[in-house]
Design a protein around this ligand. Structure first.
Ligand code: HAM
Length: 423
């Protein structure tokens, strides 16, 4: 029997994992800069949490969840997204009582969606997300957007754009909802079964339908923007002026509705504009979710956040032919000749590592030439050769690979040279 990695998932091998480490470090640094703190929640939650928050007419809940019954007969779901679990934790841990509000959290965690596999769409993917909960100030919306853009900028992406919309508050949404029902109802028979089901339950979801997206009524559907009440418009205007003042460019898209039900007011996506990026151009999606904490039994706590997958960030880098810094090569490769030298090499290696020098040696009893080839492949900056003579004299032959120079040195001297070069 042959085993394969499950469809829609991937092994991240060393040739790629270093990139993940770079990106993850970059994310930790940017979040620290903005004072967002890391939260880690379980990989699965009660199914109902997602049904109530993401919404039971959304694709995620109706088609994509990995749901199972545990041995205690409870319905559990591998998390398809990070917002609901974080808000659940916010309520459960009474974070609304913490002295510093809003509570600013971030996570880098795997998410699971049973989607059709294609470029940029996986069944397990890693989402970096932030959630700022406890403030309804449009300045925090601007901050969250700026943070997402900063991560892409640091990673080296240039061909990206920010797309913005406002979904308004409850009142605006109700007015728009009624207009949508009136718009689609006369011709709803021409739409897919899902849309027919959505008409009464959640007509906004029709606009997000992948099956009927070319139906002429889609283009003429009433736009949310026309139904924003005064308060919602003022909120949106304030956000736009804050972004402009911060030098952040955006495009408006009144059809941007997002695939999850908990949003109101701000909705945004960051897309790749790189040629050849592929069909799915959304790198990051987010928005405001006032009312979500109450929906799951907490006090009112307005929130805003976004999610972006590392997979799509890496694809965007590739599409732009932008490369991450991989200068973290090996400092020293220790080459040994003969048994006594090999024992000595291991001793030297541990001394080097104790001094913080990144080093390795041969464990395959290979000839000197093969060992030198390894040193080359690993981009070692220095090679320390140990033969019988060196064992006796307690030294190494230290070769600087860039300069080609060679000298005899004690271990202490060698550590000194390497540390000096780093300064
Ligand atoms: P979402 O739009 O469903 O929002 O996902 C956000 C991002 O996750 C996408 O833009 C994409 O980068 C990534 N993503 C989603 N599905 C896949 C997939 N199958 N394969 C690879 N990447 C994927 C949310 O999940 C919200 N929780 C975002 C949010 C946080 N809103 C407020 N706070």
């Amino acid at each position: 029997m042959k085993f394969k990695v499950p469809r829609g998932t991937q092994d991240i091998l060393p040739s790629e994992s270093w990139k993940w480490q770079r990106i993850e470090q970059m994310i930790h640094d940017v979040c620290d800069l903005y004072r967002y703190e890391e939260i880690r929640t379980p990989m699965f939650e009660q199914t109902e949490l997602f049904q109530r928050t993401v919404g039971d007419t959304t694709d995620i809940v109706t088609k994509e969840m990995y749901t199972f019954t545990d041995r205690g007969d409870r319905s559990m779901t591998l998390r398809p997204e990070g917002t609901a679990p974080v808000v659940r934790s916010f309520v459960e841990n009474k974070m609304f009582g913490w002295a510093d509000q809003p509570v600013k959290l971030y996570y880098i965690e795997p998410m699971f969606r049973y989607e059709r596999q294609q470029a940029g769409r996986y069944r397990q993917f890693v989402q970096f997300g932030t959630e700022a909960i406890g403030s309804a100030d449009p300045a925090i919306d601007a901050e969250v957007i700026a943070l997402a853009l900063d991560v892409y900028k640091r990673a080296g992406l240039k061909d990206i754009k920010l797309v913005l919309n406002s979904l308004g508050d409850k009142e605006s949404r109700m007015a728009h909802r009624n207009a949508l029902v009136a718009h689609f109802k006369p011709a709803i028979d021409e739409f897919c079964a899902d849309c027919q089901n959505r008409l009464e339950k959640n007509p906004l979801r029709i606009l997000d339908c992948k099956v009927d997206r070319d139906h002429p009524l889609m283009k003429t559907a009433p736009s949310l923007t026309d139904y924003l009440n005064e308060e919602s418009s003022a909120y949106f205007e304030k956000l736009k002026s804050l972004l402009t003042a911060a030098g952040i460019a955006y495009e408006l898209d009144p059809n941007l509705v997002r695939g999850l039900d908990y949003y109101n007011h701000t909705a945004f996506e960051i897309m790749s504009t790189a040629e050849g990026f592929g069909a799915i151009t959304t790198l990051c999606g987010g928005g405001r979710y006032n009312g979500l904490a109450e929906e799951i039994g907490g006090p009112p706590a307005p929130g805003i956040g976004f999610g972006m997958s590392i997979e799509r960030l890496l694809l965007a880098l590739e599409a732009e032919s932008a490369s991450l810094d991989n200068s973290d090569a090996l400092d020293v490769y220790v080459v040994s000749l003969g048994d006594a030298a090999k024992d000595r090499a291991f001793e030297v290696l541990q001394q080097l590592r104790s001094a913080g020098v990144k080093s390795d040696m041969d464990y395959m009893d290979r000839k000197m030439k093969a060992q030198m080839k390894s040193a080359d492949r690993l981009h070692a900056k220095w090679v320390a050769v140990i033969g019988e003579d060196e064992v006796e004299k307690n030294v190494v032959q230290l070769k600087n690979m860039a300069e080609g120079s060679q000298q005899s040195a004690s271990v202490e001297e060698m550590i000194g040279f390497i540390q000096n070069e780093r300064i």
